[in-house]
Design a protein. Structure first.
Length: 50
């Protein structure tokens, strides 16, 4: 979905807006992936002794 919005911005000649949309999309993806990353780290901590 982000790539589509970025392409539209670039086609309209709005390179600065396209870069901001790209950055926002990356932040959203990172935030959505955070709970999965936390779950993986918790599982690894349970496997470690101590």
């Amino acid at each position: 979905m982000g790539e589509f919005a970025i392409s539209i911005c670039q086609d309209a000649g709005e390179q600065a807006v396209a870069k901001k949309v790209e950055f926002a999309a990356k932040i959203i993806i990172a935030v959505l992936a955070l709970p999965m990353l936390v779950a993986i780290l918790e599982s690894l901590m349970e496997l470690l002794p101590g």
